[in-house]
Design a protein around this ligand. Structure first.
Ligand code: SF4
Ligand code: SF4
Ligand code: FES
Length: 326
């Protein structure tokens, strides 16, 4: 009998690939393809073989096949992924099915099949001015700007974005709020906002801070980024710059009130007192209006839940202080 390890090494399986196809003339339809894969077969290789051996009319994007060019983003089995970073056999084993679905990234307008229009995405990326603006002395060659290791450590992770758009395709705030720049643009923007060699900090703050308060902290961008960039972390870090902002927008002011009210109620009671946080964030007039809605919809009972004091408030106070001093 063949040893188990060599059986795994030589494993081959037949898969069914269901592609959500699209063309401006014919609209949308699902098409199935069958092929055999082994443990080395990336999903970009699956697509290449379908296109060259079975159906030249299928359109998709890919270039580097090694997760650096950012062009092969798509939905694989319903989740945003890079096709070149995803192995077919691994999907089969993880999902327990030999059927793999491929769809274009969500939110982006479709061009054809798995190819989407990235113009809006690039516009957002360029809005944050994705390059360093050094001082005149440095440009004239009269000074040298060095980055100390601590600053390099802060920036390095966020500079690794490959502009694949997967985070944007998964972001609910991008879909709902046209003023929100999106996770990738924030990762790029913060990378330069926090760079001590950059000279347009005020301008960057104006571009980024209002938008940063429009994120809902759902963490989808954190989950899907193939480079572990954590765009949501850059958004949190950008919000922390709000205190330095001179002319705060309404969105920033409301956001700050919300955060302060949350911290204050937890510090005082050990709990998030939703009703109080709401009142302090949105003010009496808005709270009264919403209260009428809650009474009418029978939800007022949730706002009137009697709070019970909790034990160990001192420990919560210590945790809060530690968090603030970080
Ligand atoms: S955490 Fe913010 S930026 Fe990231 S996906 Fe959610 S809403 Fe979008
Ligand atoms: S942050 Fe990550 S998911 Fe978003 S565009 Fe950059 S590499 Fe892609
Ligand atoms: S082909 Fe370049 S990232 Fe996948």
């Amino acid at each position: 009998m063949e040893p188990k390890s060599s059986a795994i090494r030589n494993e081959e399986k037949e898969i069914i690939v269901k592609v959500k196809r699209f063309s401006p003339d014919k609209g949308e339809w699902w098409q199935e393809y069958k092929l055999t894969v082994d443990r080395f077969t990336q999903m970009t290789e699956v697509l290449r073989r379908i296109k060259t051996e079975q159906d030249p009319s299928l359109s998709y994007r890919a270039a580097c096949h090694m997760a650096v060019c950012g062009s092969c983003g798509m939905k694989i089995n319903g989740a945003p992924m890079l096709a070149c970073k995803t192995l077919a056999l691994q999907l089969i084993n993880e999902y327990g099915s030999n059927v793999i679905t491929l769809e274009p990234m969500e939110w982006f307008p479709r061009v054809k099949d798995l190819v989407v229009d990235l113009d809006d995405f690039y516009e957002r990326m360029y809005k944050v001015k994705p390059r360093l603006y050094p001082s005149k002395e440095v440009l004239d060659g009269k000074a040298e700007h060095r980055l100390v290791p601590e600053d390099q450590r802060e920036l390095w992770k966020f500079a690794q974005c490959i502009w694949c758009g997967l985070c944007v395709s998964s972001c609910p705030s991008v879909k709902n709020d046209p003023e929100f720049l999106g996770p990738a643009a924030h990762a790029k923007g913060y990378r330069f906002l926090a760079d001590p060699r950059d000279t347009i900090t005020e301008e960057r703050m104006k571009i980024l801070i209002d938008s940063s308060w429009r994120c809902t902290y759902c963490y989808q961008c954190f989950n899907v980024c193939p480079r572990d960039i954590e765009p949501v972390t850059t958004i949190k870090k950008t919000r922390a710059w709000s205190s330095k902002m001179k002319d705060k927008t309404k969105v920033v002011e409301t956001g700050e009130k919300h955060v302060n009210a949350i911290a204050d109620t937890i510090r005082r009671s050990g709990k998030l007192l939703e009703a109080e946080v709401y009142l302090r964030t949105y003010g009496l007039v808005q709270a009264m209006t919403d209260m009428v809605f809650m009474i009418k919809s029978g939800r007022m009972k949730y706002a009137l839940i009697k709070e019970v004091p909790i034990k160990g408030l001192n420990d919560i106070e210590k945790i809060m202080t530690l968090g603030e001093n970080e």
